[in-house]
Design a protein. Sequence first.
Length: 319
Amino acid sequence: MNWQKIHKQVKWFWFWLWRKDAFIFLLFVGLAFIFWWGQAMSSPRDMRMRVSVSYTDIPSSIALDGELPQTIEVTLRDEGKQLRQVRRQGLQLHINMQPYLQGEKGQLDITSEVLRPRLMDALPGSTRLQHIDPEGMIVGYTRQSSKRVAVRLQSHVRLAEQYQLVGAVTIHPDSVEVYGNHLDNIEYVLSDSICIDALRDTVRKEVPLIPPIGVRLSATSITAEWVAEQFTEKGFTLPILVRGLPRGVKMRLFPQVADVTIRVGVKHFANVDNDDLQLYCDYPDGEETDWLQLQVASSNPHVRNIRIKPHSVEYIIER
């Protein structure tokens, strides 16, 4: 680009502007526009604008036969500068629906006589409300039955290798209110099916609910959370105790110890020791058996997937 040529043309233009009557003409055009703008801002005129409408205190058990308008259109009259300020600030209309929803069934009728005072309260004192469109809201309503039912999550989770779930999946809310006319056969609400592959961390997802036909729900979705942790294994050799042994009776076990292997989260590995585990078998009271099954009781919540070797022991009762 030839910057010298452009600079020369700009310089020639300004030279021409100052040497010719064009400058005086443009000056008067600018002054005329300023006077016109001032006159327009100070003279009364009409303006149409949209007003957003919000509705409060509609009970969840109320089913409307149609949609309530989210906006209405109003025509205002005032000085231009005042109308400009109203448009810049915007208008919002809040309607408390409780007084209009009385009884089990009826018709919601909000007329312009109700809307006009609410709109005037939001307008400057000098602004006149010329027209409201629509002039009223008419919608039928019915109060439906309701009950609370459980939510059932449909999910398929595959853990990454060497990972395990920490507790059960949590969902919130775990129950919802259902609204409708025939609710006797509805015992629970299902969620959409969700699949998680190679879970290795905490995952939180919003899952939509599936409303039964003809039924409304107090919530449209739930939040489900899965917590996974990396695990390892830890082994112990523990003595075998006999539970329920009568007084004065001695019992010899073969063998007297067994190996116990547990699964524990890596970060809890050091917090699990043999004092957290108790290896035992039940006294065979009235039972004729050659072998007793071994079981393990754990007082540590981080212990998972307990394995015992051997699973059972022989015994001799000495009286």
